[in-house]
Design a protein around this ligand. Structure first.
Ligand SMILES: [Zn+2]
Length: 413
């Protein structure tokens, strides 16, 4: 068995790995690079059997539903079998209405924790993992008596950290560990050592010390963060108001453990942008379904001391205009770097002008270096190959048994 990283050896995102046994091949992830501009066309990687049918191509397995792992899948020839977690597929389907870029590929089958897929000579066993994307998997690929374990995106400090502990305790026999290294840097930043539980405590403290509305701006598909925000809100005695996009995605999980319409202490606000989408598509049932728990901008203003809000950053302007953030605060619950990009700068200016404090409570969706080191130990004596990292050359400083491979290079497993 041999492998080739097509993209991701020296960058975060855009992951694509081809694995071959004889002439048979599979592909792990087909991501859109994070460096690509909005709408910029990105061609498929140069792999036979993606754009046109090829009997030797046995399938594309998507580890999780983030664009940097599946974003090119809509360009695949429709005969190519694609696999993705069943719940991840439902979340993507639900997200498509609000975020057309989230188009879901046609699936030949779905991934289930610990259930092997047989694809030609390959056995691919998905391992459910802790990441900020819902229903994310690491993938164990076996063929020719050899084995490759691809972490996908992984962490050990989220709401599902027991999955990381389980992997450490029951590590599959592996020849090569293809490991993400988002947080591998020469100087790890302190904020990255926070756990999701720490974020809950920080939010709780902000909710307790803020007289008005606390608006938590995050990603609708980061369901771990939704759980964190809901728990902190309940502990502070506040009702959590989520935007319709978040409510829709939460319900699509089919998981009763995820806060969603029908939960005590949860209400829904329909931001103007989401309302326009409903008017445009005439899908009015999306609003009538939540009519009894819907709050309007004037409700957010009137009840601001007893509410918290969870939604996307584009809603900040209308919250300010409605007076909902008077005496309130905005919590940026995403990567801090986005605040230095043009939309982030606009948000900072807007809040400064309205004299609304901006706080940052967040932790990475990716493992701390210390947890990666524990993973490398558990997988000993597997060789380590880096992916999803801007500091692949730093791997040897943190971990033993590291081999470095560039994009486009074949290497034996
Ligand atoms: Zn990623």
């Amino acid at each position: 068995m041999k492998a080739k990283i097509h993209r991701g050896a020296h960058e975060i995102g855009g992951n694509c790995i081809e694995v071959a046994s004889g002439s048979s091949r599979i592909v792990l992830d087909l991501g859109r690079p994070l460096s690509a501009r909005w709408g910029e066309p990105i061609p498929l990687p140069d792999i036979a059997g993606l754009a046109s049918p090829d009997a030797a191509m046995h399938g594309v397995i998507i580890s999780h539903s983030h664009l940097d792992h599946y974003g090119l899948a809509d360009q695949l020839h429709h005969d190519v079998p694609v696999y993705l977690g069943a719940e991840a597929a439902r979340v993507l389907e639900a997200a498509t209405f609000f975020s057309p870029l989230a188009r879901r590929p046609r699936l030949a089958g779905t991934l289930h924790d610990g259930v092997p897929l047989r694809l030609g000579p390959f056995t691919v066993t998905p391992h459910l993992t802790d990441h900020s994307a819902f229903d994310a998997y690491s993938l164990l690929v076996e063929a020719d008596g050899r084995s490759l374990f691809y972490t996908g995106d992984i962490r050990g400090h989220g709401r599902k950290s027991r999955l990381f502990d389980r992997l450490l305790a029951h590590t599959p026999k592996t020849d090569v560990l293809l490991m993400e290294g988002t947080n591998v840097r020469s100087e790890p930043r302190a904020a990255e050592r926070l756990t999701e539980q720490d974020v809950e405590e920080a939010l709780l403290s902000t909710l307790q010390s803020t007289p008005g509305l606390v608006a938590i701006l995050s990603s609708a598909q980061n369901l771990d963060r939704l759980v964190t925000a809901f728990r902190a809100s309940r502990r502070s005695g506040r009702t959590l108001v989520v935007d319709l996009y978040t409510a829709t995605v939460a319900r699509a999980t089919g998981r009763t453990s995820i806060p969603q319409p029908g939960f005590d202490g949860l209400a829904v606000y329909v931001p103007q942008r989401q309302l326009h989408r409903i008017i445009e598509t005439e899908e009015f049932q999306r609003v009538s379904e939540i009519a009894d728990i819907r709050l309007f901008a004037e409700d957010l203003a009137a009840q601001r001391g007893s509410l918290a809000y969870f939604g996307t950053s584009s809603t900040a302007t209308e919250l300010i205009e409605a007076g909902a953030l008077h005496d309130g605060a905005v919590v940026w619950s995403l990567w801090e770097g986005y605040l230095n990009q043009p939309t982030g700068k606009r948000l900072r200016d807007l809040l400064a002008k309205a004299e609304v404090p901006l706080l940052h409570h967040h932790t990475s969706g990716h493992a701390h270096v210390e947890d990666l080191a524990r993973l490398v130990d558990a997988f000993a004596p597997a060789r380590i190959v880096s992916i999803h990292s801007e500091a692949a050359d730093q791997f040897t400083e943190y971990f033993p048994r590291v081999e470095s491979h560039a994009d486009g290079e074949w290497w034996g497993v």
